[in-house]
Design a protein around this ligand. Structure first.
Ligand code: FAD
Length: 411
């Protein structure tokens, strides 16, 4: 059995960054990354942006050039899936039965797209947007597609809708709730994005319940709504979230549920097994200490840095401020902090100018910012979030006063 000092499961943002951070931190032991996708680590966010738009070839998405990994003596095992973990034997099993041993195991397996459960969910022409293979399949079909139904008004659904519209497709976007981005943003931001999508020609429907997908026996032909209407479609894009890929770890006895639970050093309850990124359930101070999973490049990279440092003997716990971005049309949204649980939202600037921010407060403290084409607010507002600053809403709303000039007194 081949054994590695550090075995990383998952070659996405977290897995790749953990390997890089280990070498940068002076780790000289053997490192291997085993990943289910056949690709070298790449920038996943670009899948629903520049890559789907055809603006960037895949090789420009690679996180590092191919030679980088071998030059740093890292073994990359692609297209292989870990199906079991044996913490006593310090070994994992791959789908073909091969076992790999480890000194430390870093679980960075991300998540798999949640599927529809209704009839027709598996028809041809129904797509998720998670991997390069998903997007390549979509792109191959697009020339024969006139109308796409996007199910889900989260970031991925909205980004896909924006790109598909730009590519000249008619797009119908179905959101089950009464506003888009309901899980991650306040109402002002939701309403702004709804009107932008409609202005770009997207037929955006709120409170739209999917009954089932219609097909001709093979391919999808439409989406039947709960009220009986059938929306025709030659392609359906499903963006309704992910399920964390943690089954082998939970089966091995790791604590968790919606993800695998980790402490501040990204350690799971299993000896010498760490977990990072989308699949890691952690207590986050920006969520008031609640146990959450974050699905962002920031979180994957910062977790990776903490895990690598912990393997090298460090004791600095994860405490990074969450940040995220989304590109739709010519709008660049940048967010910092977590708005979940806010009790006040302050509008700074005028959405009609397409450059504004929403600042979220909880019990008088700034907890998050959503900045649309407002880089200065994003850069300067970050400190307010980190400090949990108490600032009068009227002052925050005054866009003539730069955020960096605002007091940061913390009671
Ligand atoms: P992943 O990047 O998902 O990597 C996990 C890897 O592990 C995958 O390659 C998977 O195949 C592999 N794997 C899973 N199970 C196994 C197994 N059992 N054995 C072996 N390998 C396994 N974030 C942002 O911050 N900004 C954005 O704009 C943004 N846009 C996005 C757009 C899209 C279309 C998507 C899908 C995501 C986007 N995200 C964005 C989220 C971001 O990409 C993720 O948060 C990030 O990739 C998480 O990194 P990770 O390493 O935890 O998981």
């Amino acid at each position: 059995m081949q054994r590695y000092d550090v075995l990383i499961v998952g070659g996405g943002h977290g897995g790749a960054h953990a390997a890089v951070a280990l070498r940068q931190g002076g780790f000289t032991g053997s490192i291997a990354i085993v990943s289910a996708e056949p690709e070298l680590p790449y920038e996943r966010p670009l899948l629903s942006k520049d890559y789907l738009a055809g603006d960037k070839a895949f090789d420009r998405l690679l996180l590092r050039p191919e030679a980088f990994w071998a030059e740093r003596s890292m073994t990359i095992i692609l297209g292989r899936t870990v199906v079991a973990v044996d913490p006593q034997a310090r070994a994992v099993t791959l789908e073909d039965g091969e076992a790999l041993g480890y000194g430390k195991l870093v679980w960075a397996a991300g998540g798999a797209p949640r599927r529809l459960t209704c009839a027709g969910y598996d028809l041809q022409g129904v797509h998720a947007v998670r991997t390069r293979a998903d997007v390549d399949r979509m792109m191959a079909e697009l020339p024969d597609v006139e109308q796409v139904v996007v199910i889900g008004g989260g970031y991925i659904g909205l980004e896909a809708a924006a790109v598909l519209t730009k590519l000249g497709k008619r797009v119908v976007l179905l959101e089950a709730l009464d506003r888009v981005l309901a899980r991650v943003a306040g109402e002002a931001l939701s309403r702004f994005y709804e009107s932008e999508h409609r202005a770009h020609g997207v037929d955006l429907r709120l409170g739209a319940r999917v009954d089932c997908l219609e097909g001709d026996g093979q391919r999808v032909t439409g989406v039947r709504l709960a009220d009986g209407e059938i929306v025709p479609a030659q392609m359906v894009v499903v963006g309704i979230g992910i399920e964390p890929s943690v089954a082998p770890l939970l089966a091995a006895g790791a604590e968790g549920g919606n993800g695998v639970a980790v402490d501040g050093l990204c350690r799971t309850s299993l000896l010498d097994v760490l977990a990072i990124g989308d699949c890691a359930l952690h207590a986050n101070r920006y969520a008031d200490g609640a146990w959450i999973r974050l699905e962002s490049v920031q979180n994957a990279n910062d977790h990776a840095a903490v895990a690598a440092a912990a393997i090298l003997g460090g004791e600095d716990a994860y405490d990074a401020a969450p940040w995220f971005w989304s590109n739709q049309y010519d709008l660049k949204l940048q967010t910092v902090g977590l708005s979940t649980g806010h009790d006040q939202a302050v509008l700074r600037g005028d959405p009609a100018t397409r450059s504004f921010s929403v600042i979220y407060l909880r019990e008088g403290r700034v907890v998050a910012l959503d900045c649309v084409n407002a880089v200065k607010d994003y850069v300067q507002g970050r400190k307010l979030v980190v400090d949990g600053a108490r600032i009068e809403p009227a002052e925050l709303a005054n866009s003539l006063i730069p955020l960096k000039q605002m007091g940061v007194a913390v009671a």
